[in-house]
Design a binder for this molecule. Sequence first.
Ligand SMILES: C[S@@+](CC[C@H](N)C(=O)[O-])C[C@H]1O[C@@H](n2cnc3c(N)ncnc32)[C@H](O)[C@@H]1O
Length: 208
Amino acid sequence: MDSFTQLIRGTGSVAEVITIYDEYCTTYDKMVCEKGKYKGPFILVEAVTKEVPECRRKEVRVLDVAAGTGMVGVALAQKGFTNLDALEPSEGMLECLRSKNVYTNTFHEYVGQCNTNVPQGCYDLVFSVGGMANNHIPFTGALEFVRFAKPGGLVMICMRQDEEDYLTKLKEYMNSLEEQQLWKKEFSTPIKDYCVGREGVLFVYQVL
Ligand SMILES: C[S@@+](CC[C@H](N)C(=O)[O-])C[C@H]1O[C@@H](n2cnc3c(N)ncnc32)[C@H](O)[C@@H]1O
């Protein structure tokens, strides 16, 4: 099985997955967009620009979790967002991301393994595109998203829908956070042909 197929199938340990991202960092953008026909970044940017009017884009503080090579940050910068931070555990991906010069602070960290150095309760918008998946961010990482955001801030999670076991656990966990009144669901929407012809989903929550 080649590394790209391994990523798509969600196999391998977290450490192996990060090694693959290190290996593919320079070809990632071309590979996922052309070979994978990956729509995630475009869907997220569309959702964010609907939520945040142009007049607020310079002031909102944004955290891109599992930011990869920074494709989403570049697209958001083109839409007028200037206050962008990124968290990414792969050193290779992080180097590519930093070279794009759109993020202010970058955190070389994992979500879900231990406490991060990311400031808590500071962000107006926290999102992850493609980071919530098997052997990536554990479903319990959703709680860290809540902690990164300020009260009233938004959390957006854009992900594939075909890893049924992971998605079921994530939905149960997100519901439990809602029952604890840590956030409330704004909406979720399916994404047709999210990546390699598979369906995806976008979740949007407001932190309380
Ligand atoms: C499919 S890529 C998505 C990258 C970028 N968001 C995009 O849409 O192009 C998944 C990213 O998740 C990162 N990742 C994997 N496990 C992670 C974890 N536990 N915490 C944070 N990021 C993680 C990987 O290093 C990789 O860059």
